[in-house]
Design a binder for this molecule. Sequence first.
Ligand SMILES: [Zn+2]
Length: 245
Amino acid sequence: MAVLASLRTLFLKVLVFLRIPSFAYTIRQKMADYYFPLKDENLIREYFMRQALEMGELALSIDEVPVGCVFVLDNKVIAKGMNDTNRSLSGHRHAEFAGIETVLCKYPASVFKKVDLYVTVEPCIMCASALRQLRIRAVYFGCSNDRFGGCGGVLHINLDAGIDRCYPAIGGIFREEAIMLLRRFYLQENDKAPNPTAKRNRILNTIVDNMSIDNTRSDALLEAEFSETACEPLKLASATSMAVY
Ligand SMILES: [Zn+2]
């Protein structure tokens, strides 16, 4: 692999030396995809969750609740989303819905069965239900949503018996970063609130407790490779182990 990388670097330098950098860039992309694909499962999850966190940072910078997401098809991001409820004054403009709209502008709805969602916070019950109706392939999230979570935090919308196919939801990917984003937001003063509360004296709590959400059933679902009868393996899964990413 080292020899291959050296040859690749040499080849690209020759292209740049010959003053055809745009061609060199195209070749670099194709060679990177071909020779150095993301093969490690954890690296793949972290790679895409970082991009979701970037969207969360963007949301924070414009005073939205900092939740960000990316939709991934064949290891490529096809849509990004971030919370938009404050700007739009619409409570349903969650990051997932923004991303879904972008996907549907480019692809038919049937594409979701091959699409994975990476989102910094566990989808709420509304979004979890929409994702199930769209037949999303899998959901990966950072921290759990203890008040409104639809993927184990409160309800198991993704796994409960129903007409639409189940989908696995794996939490805990860059969980601390996702929590700290939310804490930074709630330290800010909300100028849009009827009675803005002064929060200048509050201190950012950097201690994060262990995650309590159970991923075991979703792990079993992932192992079932998203088959049409993928709910069956859930019966085999223990419900006792905790998610530690
Ligand atoms: Zn939601």
